[in-house]
Design a protein around this ligand. Structure first.
Ligand code: PMV
Length: 301
């Protein structure tokens, strides 16, 4: 049986969420699927995700191996002789929550294999341990969405508050530029001197609130305007790049209601909301900039 962790996008509120402000985020309709295949006794815990060119054991010395070991340790399962085979439909390191999706799917697969219940708190703790190893201090928004799916407002203090919305189509453009979430979180800490009351962080938090209201009343142009403003603020905090700016600008020029970087920035992905008949042109423009965008649907459950 396969076990799944979903990818995510942050519509509004990344970085500010680290300082306690709300973030509006949604699970993608794709993620990482993991199957556990028992290996002969004497074997160890292995992970193989062919589409990420990833093949590690829990004893190896690299980030995903450390993440795998952290998950098994948090679940107190030792090193079961298993090969976890992953099918990933999202790229790693693109700000789409791939590492949290991986961690949730692996935790669920390990618990099932050990014939233990897929207790939500245990999965969250194990996936969070892996996220800490991979990214340093994380707000937890990625793990919450990878686990729960759907759309919601996340706060570090209260976790994910789900909201119900009809399906919404979102253009997602993974820029292909690698980046480090921890480095971007550090950059924002420097730009704000770590002051929670920084005006830009406050405004990002306020945009998450007004954007949530706009989404709930299906006012996509208003949500798009909030996204555009959030992108500008994230740029001021130093986490945009010329490529991310260009991808957002071309989407807006071609009729998008709004476009912004999503996730930590410094590379990673952009998202855009656009009238349906403009979507093909935007994807084509991104393609000529070397970006293989796709259309994800969020909500609708
Ligand atoms: O790792 P990413 O690109 O999905 O970024 C996560 C969002 C941040 O707010 C930048 C960090 C966090 O832990 O919330």
């Amino acid at each position: 049986m396969s076990h799944i962790g979903l990818g995510k996008i942050i519509l509004l509120g990344e970085h500010a969420v680290v300082y306690g402000y709300p973030a509006l985020a949604a699970a993608l309709d794709r993620g990482v699927r993991v199957d556990a295949i028992p290996t002969p006794a004497g074997g160890t815990l292995r992970l193989d995700i062919p589409s990420w060119n990833l093949k590690v054991t829990a004893e190896d010395d690299n980030s995903f191996a450390h993440g795998l070991a952290a998950i098994a340790d948090a679940l107190e399962l030792g090193r079961p002789p298993l090969t976890l085979v992953g099918d990933a439909q999202i790229p790693p390191g693109a700000g789409l929550g791939a590492s949290a999706a991986f961690a949730v799917a692996v935790a669920r697969a390990l618990l099932a294999q050990a014939k233990k219940p897929a207790d939500a708190a245990a999965v969250r703790a194990a996936a969070s341990a892996s996220e800490t190893v991979l990214h340093g201090t994380a707000s937890g928004v990625d793990v919450a969405l990878a686990q729960a799916g759907g759309v919601g407002v996340f706060r570090k203090s209260t976790g994910l508050r789900p909201i119900q919305i009809p399906t919404l189509r979102v253009l997602v453009g993974p820029s292909g530029s690698p980046r480090s979430t921890a480095a971007m979180v550090d950059r924002v800490a420097q730009a704000t001197s770590g002051i929670v009351d920084d005006a830009r962080l406050k405004e990002l938090g306020a945009l998450a609130d007004t954007g949530t209201d706009a989404l709930l009343r299906r006012d996509i142009p208003a949500l798009g305007a909030d996204m555009n403003r959030a992108h500008t603020l994230l740029g001021e905090l130093g986490v945009s790049t010329p490529l991310l700016d260009a991808l957002c600008n071309v989407a807006r020029k071609l009729g998008a209601h709004g476009a912004k970087l999503t996730g930590a920035g410094g590379g990673g992905a952009v998202i855009a909301l656009a009238p349906r008949d403009q979507e093909p042109e935007i994807l084509a423009a991104w393609k000529s900039a070397g970006v293989n965008g796709f259309i994800a649907s969020i909500g609708g459950r």
